[in-house]
Design a protein around this ligand. Structure first.
Ligand SMILES: Nc1nc2c(ncn2[C@@H]2O[C@H](COP(=O)(O)OP(=O)(O)OP(=O)(O)O)[C@@H](O)[C@H]2O)c(=O)[nH]1
Ligand SMILES: [Mg+2]
Length: 255
């Protein structure tokens, strides 16, 4: 049976690293064994102990100094170097024995989703395991409205690019006053409201396009498909586990 892996994906600062830790701690407290994998060569502090650490292959800060690059070019170059070492990454992943592999991805999500090196690394994870993605929507940036819709769209883009099932989660729920668990109903209502406001405000091409985009978001966030989690308070993690378990068992429809 292939090893199960969970990839934590999302925009910079959305809470990927802390959720990798919190989810792993929850799994360990539930009796599972966990291997943590860090694919971010820039991170200098990790709350978990990784079985595979990108920084054992390349460190972004070293690349900046050695190649005279700025921070963003250096992270791009560092992930390129990591991807060039894909055999090493694959071998390290292949020997992991834990029940779950939790993969923490680089802060700059566009590197993972759009650049060949990022995609290559995800291919390596796919070759070594059966992955499901968790896409973090930062609830402190606005839980509802157009901003939330755009975040959800990014998650859809990630799913299309990486070709793996992806579970969207609302992260940092404690900081935005969101109760843990399923929250899609209120998001649905909000999306309905944006659409009806749009139809009242005329029928420009942009409004029509936005209405179609929101329709897509609505379809993606079918009832019961968005979970609010807090890595700091530790709530919503059990619901996330249940949803991932559904996906791993191939008995749930995530799309
Ligand atoms: N209140 C609250 N803050 C959180 C939570 N999760 C993460 N944070 C905070 O959000 C910030 C970023 O968290 P990280 O886990 O480093 O986010 P990340 O997505 O890994 O960041 P990058 O890898 O740099 O893109 C930190 O200040 C965390 O303490 C949460 O559940 N609740
Ligand atoms: Mg991180």
């Amino acid at each position: 049976m292939p090893k199960l892996s969970v990839l934590f994906l999302g925009p910079a600062g959305s809470g990927k690293t802390l959720l990798t830790w919190a989810f792993g701690k929850w799994l360990e407290n539930s009796g599972f064994t966990v291997d943590y994998v860090n694919l971010d060569p820039a991170v200098e502090f990790l709350p978990y102990t990784p079985s595979l650490h990108a920084r054992s292959i390349v460190k972004t800060r070293d690349v900046m100094v050695r190649e005279g690059l700025g921070p963003n070019a250096a992270i791009v170059r560092a992930v390129d170097i990591l991807a060039e070492s894909y055999r090493e990454v694959y071998e390290a992943l292949s020997v992991l024995k834990g029940d779950y592999i939790l993969v923490d991805t680089p802060g700059q999500m566009e590197i993972v989703i759009f650049r060949p090196s990022g995609l290559k690394l995800i291919q390596v994870v796919k070759k070594a395991s059966e992955p499901v993605g968790v896409f973090l929507l930062d609830s402190t940036l606005g839980r509802y409205g157009a901003g939330a819709a755009v975040s959800v769209l990014l998650g859809i883009v990630a799913q299309l690019r990486l070709e793996i099932p992806i579970v969207p989660v609302l992260s940092k729920a404690d900081a935005s006053g969101t109760p843990g668990g399923l929250v899609s109903h209120s998001i649905h209502l909000e999306v309905e409201e944006i659409v009806s406001n749009l139809s009242r405000s005329g029928s420009g091409v942009l409004s029509e396009m936005l209405s179609e985009v929101l329709d897509l978001v609505k379809r993606y966030l079918k009832a019961g498909r968005l979970i609010a989690v807090s890595s700091i308070e530790g709530y919503g993690i059990d619901e996330l586990y249940k949803m991932l378990h559904e996906v791993f068992c191939a008995c749930g429809d995530l799309t």
